[in-house]
Design a protein around this ligand. Structure first.
Ligand code: NAD
Length: 361
């Protein structure tokens, strides 16, 4: 039986199901949601060949009529071109306002298909079926959808909550190990911001065996989803509290940007960002040296990078300018008081930032 938890958002509440057999769940869940008969399953060129038929058959068994849209795998599909491709497939599949979109894939598909659902006929229902660890514990929950523009990431989008999230642990069997490790970085973040027990569980993980034993992640994924769901419930539209989720992300984003988004996966950059934020936390917000050492050891155990890349501070500082503008002049950090508890909105001087950067290389 799947484990279920609810994202409480009044009339927009929905369940997250952690299942072990995708084929069994999607049709059953959609069937209980009173959705119109036509749907479009959106996936990418890696995921569709492995999981597309199982998803379609599950929906067919419940008498839905099913169209399929497949986009090339990768971030470049979060584009206007692929969005219009999906609209066209939606029309071809006979979707109307009562229909729904199934986003079957990682965060790229969740964001792209999610935005298609948010905008097609002024918004139709969306079921998120995340197949990467990052999407299961993070991007499929919370309703942020969108595409990129040539000028930057996620510049067009909408808040559009799914009507259900169905995460099948078995899909992690085919996820490349590097992607799995990258997803673990976001789980570490949940441990630091809210739940130290997650860190203890991660310390006991046999990382190299995760593809063959994805069930060992079940409890960790449940806890991660619960934290994301709780933050979303309390701050659906990102007016403040969701900032806690940015632990490690200020410098993580800067590293991704400075390296042209090609060298590191998101979670790898966040891992380095968390080391940086933790070093700052020892200096400024009460985290102990032993907690810092424990975190670095854990990230290393998970196969994530813990040393800053060989970039000069000037380059990283420049990449952080966007965050600075957004925060109205000074860069604000989320820092840890101890493992399991953080403070947001902490202004940090340029001198502290530079010294910590140079100290972490
Ligand atoms: N909406 C949000 O709140 C939110 C939060 C975080 C990240 N994001 C977005 O998520 C995206 C990154 O997501 P991602 O890391 O899942 O990347 P992704 O969707 O590109 O997936 C990573 C790779 O794994 C492949 N893949 C996916 N599932 C697989 C499976 N089960 N087996 C084999 N291969 C599989 C994909 O084809 C792709 O090549 C970014 O665009 C980011 O902006 C959104």
């Amino acid at each position: 039986m799947p484990q279920t938890l609810t994202v409480e958002l009044g009339p927009r509440s929905y369940d997250i199901h952690i299942a072990k057999r995708l084929g069994d769940e999607i049709g059953r869940v959609a069937g209980q949601l009173n959705l119109g008969p036509a749907c479009l399953v959106v996936s990418d060129s890696n995921v569709d060949p492995v999981y597309g038929d199982g998803c379609e058959n599950s929906l067919l068994r419940e008498k839905f009529s099913v169209g399929r849209a497949v986009v090339p795998a990768g971030e470049s599909s979060k584009s206007g071109e692929q969005l219009f491709n999906i609209y066209e497939q939606a029309i071809n599949a006979g979707l109307d306002r009562s229909s729904f979109v199934v986003a079957l894939g990682g965060g790229v598909i969740g964001d792209l298909a999610g935005y298609a659902a948010a905008s097609f006929m002024r918004g139709i229902a969306l079921i998120q079926v995340p197949t990467t660890l990052l999407a299961m514990v993070d991007s499929a929950i919370g309703g942020k959808t969108g595409i990129n523009l040539p000028q930057g990431k996620n510049l067009v989008g909408a808040f559009h909550q799914p009507v259900s999230v169905i995460a099948d642990l078995n899909t992690l069997r085919t996820l490349p190990l590097r992607e799995l490790r990258s997803g673990l970085a976001e789980v570490v973040k949940y441990g630091v911001i809210h739940d130290e027990d997650i860190l203890t569980m991660l310390e006991g993980l046999e990382v190299d065996k995760l593809n063959s034993k994805p069930e060992s992640l079940e409890e960790i994924i449940m806890r991660g989803c619960a934290i994301k769901a709780d933050v979303v419930c309390r701050d659906e539209r990102e007016s403040g509290l969701r900032a806690v989720l940015n632990f490690g992300h200020t410098v993580g984003h800067a590293i991704e940007q400075a390296t042209g988004y090609g060298r590191y996966l998101h979670g790898e950059a966040v891992s380095m960002g968390m080391v940086f934020a933790s070093r700052l936390s020892v200096r400024l917000s009460g985290m102990s040296e032993s907690e810092y050492d424990r975190l670095v050891r854990l990230l290393d155990h998970l196969g994530l990078p813990v040393r800053m890349p060989d970039f000069s501070w000037v380059d990283i500082r420049k990449a952080m300018e966007k965050d600075k503008k957004r925060a109205g002049g000074s860069i604000r950090f989320v820092l840890a008081e101890r493992l399991g508890s953080v403070k947001t909105g902490i202004a940090v001087s340029d001198e502290d930032l530079e010294e910590v950067w140079n100290g972490c290389r």
